[in-house]
Design a protein around this ligand. Structure first.
Ligand code: IFM
Length: 456
């Protein structure tokens, strides 16, 4: 029992958050470059222009991943580095970077897990309507072609899109992420439909052009409601809430995953969004629903619930003083038990945790080390819950810690530190935190080290 043999232990990061080199080798603006220039949009006016300078320091970073003992690294490719105008002739200098990165990962015994889109949408295409333009699916497929043509002889694990709920809601409804839009619900659903279509087209592109056997998934957020007791009616209420669409916004699981895995929008969503659901050709679902090898889910927290008298999920208050991360996100290890379980029950697909972690108040101590006991304790609690889910039969195949490095945390700038490795942004010095060493022990023991007291 415990984590299965072959369980994938990894670390994760994304292009705009770590690469820097925003104006090098032909890369053009993404919506994030432009958004960061907007006064007041990002904390302290910061941007990913230099970030962790991973573009130039990737060899050192690959060495750090190797030292952590991770055998898998989840990275994303920057669309405007490959296709500066979003489409057209691929920029070979941009592709060369991912070639070099892939080769050094493989040489270090680390498998690259590549996400095609982690939010850095080309500005040139945004000016042509962005995700509101149905052609965005064709554009994304062209981009997927270019990446797959170059990397698929060595890359076998692919994810199409990261957290559609987040970049659509925060970027297209709330205006607090790039591109800073505040669209109507009908427009948001139109954009979401095109994102789903783009996902399907990209899966087709990967399968049609790959030069080695490909495994394809995607990486939505998992919005978790979990039961506070083991009572069947509480569990059922939590399951229905996790799989439901109860509010008129995009913060849910099934509006995104049902089309991808079942080829339809959830009935409850159609009811909740009545009057705002776009018209689309009926065969779109045949494109969106492609064979999937896995479901990646990103989980940071969850909402405790109980069944009310009608069996509906009622949100429970957390006790006063409930632990919070530096971002003020509640610490909710149970989310890593129930989220994968509910998603696996609904879709039957193998699950990978493609992101999990926390921002913490970390700095380099006078002894030159970075002591982050909260990250160790947080991750230990979450991984124990994940292991319990494996024990109870949920088919979970891997875990990627977010993040490898401290990095550019979108509109929070560099204020939030999510890394296993501290980055001094003035010098670009990397200092592995205590948690990096602890995580190494977890990986080496395939989780057995979780039973040891890390502070004894
Ligand atoms: O940094 C982000 C990442 O880009 C997407 N998932 C959540 C992380 C922490 O906010």
């Amino acid at each position: 029992m415990g984590f299965p043999d072959g369980f994938v232990w990894g670390v994760a990061a994304s292009a705009y958050q770590i690469e820097g080199a925003a104006r090098e080798d032909g890369r053009a603006d993404s919506v994030w470059d432009v958004f960061c220039r907007k006064p007041g949009a990002v904390w302290s006016g910061q941007s990913g222009e230099a970030a962790c300078d991973h573009y130039h320091r990737y060899r050192e970073d690959v060495g750090i991943i190797r030292d952590i003992g991770a055998r898998a690294y989840r990275l994303s490719v920057s669309w405007p580095r490959i296709l500066p105008q979003g489409r057209g002739q691929p920029n070979s200098a941009g592709l060369d970077f991912y070639d070099r990165l892939t080769d050094s990962l493989l040489a270090a015994g680390i498998a690259p897990w590549v996400t095609l889109f982690h939010w850095d949408y080309p500005q040139a295409l945004f000016q042509r309507g962005g995700w509101l333009n149905r052609r965005s699916a064709d554009w994304f497929a062209e981009y997927a072609d270019a990446v797959v043509d170059r990397l698929s002889d060595r890359v076998t694990n692919w994810m199409t899109i990261n957290e559609p709920q987040v970049f659509l809601k925060f970027g297209h409804a709330d205006g607090i992420n790039a591109p800073g839009l505040t669209l109507s619900l009908a427009e948001q659903l139109q954009a979401a439909h095109h994102v789903l279509l783009a996902h399907g087209r990209a899966v087709q592109a990967i399968r049609a052009r790959t030069r080695s056997p490909a495994r394809v998934g995607w990486a939505p957020v998992c919005v978790v409601k979990y039961p506070t007791t083991g009572e069947p009616r509480d569990i059922e209420a939590a399951r229905r809430a996790t799989c439901g669409v109860t509010t008129r916004d995009l913060w849910n699981n099934t509006w995104f995953n049902d089309p991808v895995f079942k080829g339809e929008y959830p009935r409850e969503g159609l009811e909740a969004f009545a009057g705002a659901v776009p018209d689309f050709p009926s065969d779109d679902f045949a494109t969106i629903r492609q064979p999937m090898d896995f479901l990646g889910i990103n989980i940071y927290e969850g909402q405790p619930v109980r069944a009310d008298a009608q069996g509906r999920a009622a949100a429970m208050d957390r006790p006063i003083g409930h632990p919070l991360t530096a971002f003020r996100w509640p610490v909710e290890p149970q989310s890593l038990y129930w989220g994968p379980r509910f998603m696996h029950e609904r879709y039957g697909s193998p699950i990978y945790i493609t992101e999990n972690g926390l921002s913490n108040v970390d700095w380099v101590s006078l002894d030159g080390k970075v002591h982050d006991p909260q990250r160790i304790d947080f991750t230990r609690r979450y991984l124990l819950a994940l292991r319990r889910a494996c024990d109870d039969g949920t088919d979970i195949r891997g875990y990627f810690h977010w993040s490898l490095l401290d990095n550019f945390e979108w509109s929070a700038g560099f204020k939030e530190r999510f890394g296993l490795v501290h980055v001094d942004y003035a010098t670009q010095k990397r200092t592995p935190k205590d948690s990096a060493r602890w995580y190494r022990g977890v990986i080496e023991s395939n989780g057995a080290a979780l039973d040891l007291d890390p502070f004894a």
